[in-house]
Design a protein around this ligand. Structure first.
Ligand SMILES: Cc1ncc(COP(=O)(O)O)c(C=O)c1O
Length: 326
């Protein structure tokens, strides 16, 4: 009998073809079901890679406390891996993170610290600054540091990218992914372009994030916090894990674009995605409308709609927040 640990089930997620959503008969859209990872999101890949590397290099020692700032999914991955490996986990997050995600972290044994979403990147109460302060105060602590850790894109370069290349038999022509740390788009984009430099990498970004303007103008807009409702993509600072040199094109989307597509994915494809899965497929559909000739677009479904039952899939919450989503 093969004695698998929960950690052995990270990665090798299915890639499925959307049957009904592509607006262009010449363009196939494939989605990689990252919610099939054991803690329910794409972030299992990076946290496993970062923790295993830190153990090897001696940065992470027995009995350590792992601290991280997270919109929930990196937290769930950290809490799961800390649980199986016997570390303590303390996780900070903005208060817009859904209650389901917060409670899941507690269920996995982590301590959570909830910070105001309205705190800007220079505010000591910002969730990233709070995590840094906590780590500096606790002896034998280790930060995953997902925003600036080069092991984050490396995890995708070593796993997600090769999987997509193999699962499409090298026929992928476009890769679409919105980003926060940028780890997934940067690592996958680098790997795919090394296999075939003609592959185009496309990034949808929420209105309010600074990434789109930075990509277009090279300038960082100092204009406050990311108050849109999509959780886990777009940024108010430039993460070091984000490599814009692999990005060919960007789109801007709003909550309604992302949530309408997440709901449509559930109803017409049977794929229960979170908001960023909706945003990614929305981006793939914009791209498919523009493409002339045959193309194979791959995008990610980073996490599962179950995590957003009180938000994206709750009509009352949508109307209270003035979000139109069919
Ligand atoms: C739900 C969700 N989608 C997408 C992403 C973006 O992934 P990355 O940080 O690799 O850019 C995140 C990251 O936090 C996320 O939580």
């Amino acid at each position: 009998m093969q004695a698998l640990s929960i950690l052995d089930t990270v990665g090798n997620t299915p890639l499925v073809k959307l049957q009904n959503i592509s607006p262009n008969p010449e363009v196939e859209i494939y989605v990689k079901l990252e919610f099939m990872n054991p803690s329910g999101s794409v972030k299992d890949r990076i946290v496993k890679h970062i923790i295993e590397d830190a153990e090897k290099t001696g940065q992470l020692k027995p009995g350590a406390t792992i601290v991280e700032n997270t919109s929930g999914n990196t937290g769930a991955a950290t809490a799961m891996i800390a649980a199986i490996k016997g570390y303590k986990a303390i996780l900070t997050m903005p208060d817009k993170v859904s209650l389901e995600k917060q409670n899941a972290l507690k269920a996995l044994g982590a301590e959570i610290v909830v910070c105001p979403t309205s705190a800007g990147p220079h505010d000591p109460d910002h969730y990233v600054n709070t995590a840094r302060r906590i780590a500096s105060e606790i002896p034998n602590s280790f930060m995953i540091n997902q925003y600036d850790n080069k092991k984050n894109p490396e995890a995708h370069y070593l796993s997600t990218g090769p999987e997509i290349w193999q699962q499409t038999n090298g026929e992928v022509t476009h890769y679409v992914a919105s980003g926060s740390t940028g780890g997934s788009i940067s690592g996958v984009g680098k790997y795919l372009k090394e296999q075939n430099p003609d592959i185009k990498i496309v990034m949808p970004d929420p209105f309010g994030s600074i990434y789109y303007d930075y990509f277009k103008t090279g300038k960082i807009i100092e204009q406050g916090a990311c108050t849109y409702h999509v959780e886990g993509v777009g940024e108010d600072h430039i993460a070091k894990a984000m490599d814009f040199t692999v990005v060919d094109k960007m789109y801007q989307f709003n909550d309604s674009n992302a949530f309408t597509m997440a709901r449509k994915l559930a109803r017409t494809e049977g794929i229960f995605a979170g908001g960023t899965g909706g945003a990614n497929v929305w981006g793939a559909v914009q791209l498919a409308k523009e493409i002339k000739g045959k193309a194979i677009i791959v995008t990610l479904i980073p996490d599962n709609g179950v995590k957003y039952m009180t938000k994206i899939f709750n009509d009352q919450w949508l109307s209270e927040n003035n979000i139109v989503a069919d």
